[in-house]
Design a binder for this molecule. Sequence first.
Ligand SMILES: N[C@@H](CCC[C@H](N)C(=O)O)C(=O)O
Length: 281
Amino acid sequence: MIPVAKYHGTGNDFIVVDADLSVPDRRRFATDYCDRTSGIEGPDGPSGADGALFLALEPAFDPPRVIMTLVQPDGSVASMCGNGARVAAAWAADRTGRDEVMIDTPAGTRHAVVGDDEVTIEMGRPTFDPAAVPVARDGPMVDEPLAGLAVTAVNTGVPHAVAFVDDVDAVDLEAVAPVIRHHDAFPDGANVTVASEHDGGGFRQRTFERGVEGETRSCGTGAVAVAAVARRAGRIDDGPVTIRPPGGDLTVSFEDGRAYLAGPVVHEFDAELSPARPRRA
Ligand SMILES: N[C@@H](CCC[C@H](N)C(=O)O)C(=O)O
């Protein structure tokens, strides 16, 4: 058995595994233990997760570094995860007592600051460049009609198809999102994010995630995507702006074109799992 920890960032939840521990088949581990009905169990029963975060801590550096690998429930490895990176920073801060951490991801190295109530992570520069999203268009995809939504394509570490609507609750995301997620325009697929203005300021957000193949309670790259598209359209300035997914509020701001994502992180519980014989083996 190996010790693991369950964390969430505004409801986007992860099984955290120290990468020093041997897990022979990470894809199978993630697929089995992330299952919402038969996966990892918490104090209140079956829990599951939106992904397994394998974290390799390098405490000798100043600030300490973490190499982050997110394996999703479908076995795919994500280039970036905003909430996962915030969880990785909190996990590293718990182990080192340091409040600054560098997170190495396939999308680049990101600087994180761990405060008492929030973890803030630098998220790089969102891009609308069609080759970088990627989107199969000669120029940026902006407000293109797809599956009844006006879609703008942006990469915030991973590709997002973003649509502003009057009311996010009126969108049948489970029906419409798979059409966009698998559309020919997106050669690598896309996360599908809808947003609407909130009376209290900022935007409500819902995201259907690639790799989870369903809606999650929060998505950090999606929150940054909403802010980036709103900023490009002149709806907001450099912020900060409050983005409101179902699982809790996030704050996005920009400085010199770089995005910053802030919000709470919760350490839910610790558990022990078999690394080699997942329960559905
Ligand atoms: N929940 C994440 C995004 C994870 C990656 C995504 N599902 C993908 O495969 O592109 C976040 O907080 O950003």
